[in-house]
Design a binder for this molecule. Sequence first.
Ligand SMILES: *[C@@H]1O[C@H](CO)[C@@H](O)[C@H](O)[C@H]1NC(C)=O
Ligand SMILES: *[C@@H]1O[C@H](CO)[C@@H](O)[C@H](O)[C@H]1NC(C)=O
Ligand SMILES: *[C@@H]1O[C@H](CO)[C@@H](O)[C@H](O)[C@H]1NC(C)=O
Ligand SMILES: *[C@@H]1O[C@H](CO)[C@@H](O)[C@H](O)[C@H]1NC(C)=O
Length: 273
Amino acid sequence: MFLILLTLILCSSFATSQVLYPPQYTHSRIVGGEEAAEGVAPYQISLQGLASGAHSCGGAIIDERWIITAAHCTRGRQAGDFRVLTGTQDLRQNSSKYYYPDRIVEHSNYAPRKYRNDIALLHLNESIVFDNATKLVELDHEALVPESRLLLTGWGTLSLGGDVPTRLQSLEVKYVPFEQCRAAHDNSTRVDIGHVCTFNDKGRGACHGDSGGPLVHNGKLVALVNWGLPCAKGYPDAHASIAYYHDFIRTHLSLSKTDSIDDNQEEMITAEN
Ligand SMILES: *[C@@H]1O[C@H](CO)[C@@H](O)[C@H](O)[C@H]1NC(C)=O
Ligand SMILES: *[C@@H]1O[C@H](CO)[C@@H](O)[C@H](O)[C@H]1NC(C)=O
Ligand SMILES: *[C@@H]1O[C@H](CO)[C@@H](O)[C@H](O)[C@H]1NC(C)=O
Ligand SMILES: *[C@@H]1O[C@H](CO)[C@@H](O)[C@H](O)[C@H]1NC(C)=O
């Protein structure tokens, strides 16, 4: 079934735009990176199928109760379909801590076919216990300047159709401004202002499996992997911009905190009665 779908996607995408991994079906992974230095990305998580235990997407810890990832990683799934591996750079190290989502908040204007608003939040049913290897990442609000260097991390295959590494990979990529990115994609509207684009030398960039994974600048989260052309063939990759989606993120995080305060107040009132 999956192979048939993939074949259809490959054919239709080569016929039209050559986008190899439309976000609703596939995942992107790092090509040409290197094994990440120990402790370089304590905010990195592996989003896994609860039943299969298989890595499917990347993501980042932004609060003790919240994970952020791409919407195409959660589309059509229930919160209970997932588990979140934290605190390790090695997928085999299964003594590490798993957390379980109880709610998915997909961006309400996520438009898979237009590649827009591809961002989602996962609320966990218990708070993450932070330690050396498990930390949240702060959100970046500042505009990036051209040539900014971003750190991309993920467990993607090392090449198209290649093996999934067990060790987290990292790659430094260069920020590409919106106009330049859109022009590089033949002025396609697939690239919009909600995207942060990055570029690296041909043969390096995101590939299958890094979807939803974090891009960080000066230690702060700036974007999440969204989509690209076939695995690092020289076109800029496009990622969901954290600055652009700041209100979406903040609204849901603060709402959940207000909710829990309200719950407590309700309990107090009930107790008084
Ligand atoms: C961890 O890995 C071992 C050996 O591969 C396996 O027997 C065990 O079930 C795994 N535990 C979890 C929680 O996945
Ligand atoms: C969270 O969900 C998991 C999986 O459903 C469950 O095993 C665990 O007990 C839950 N934890 C809490 C604190 O509810
Ligand atoms: C955390 O890191 C510090 C400094 O690198 C080290 O001394 C300490 O043992 C680490 N703790 C754990 C739990 O790994
Ligand atoms: C993209 O748009 C710019 C500005 O409108 C134009 O100069 C350029 O030729 C266009 N490129 C392509 C490939 O259509």
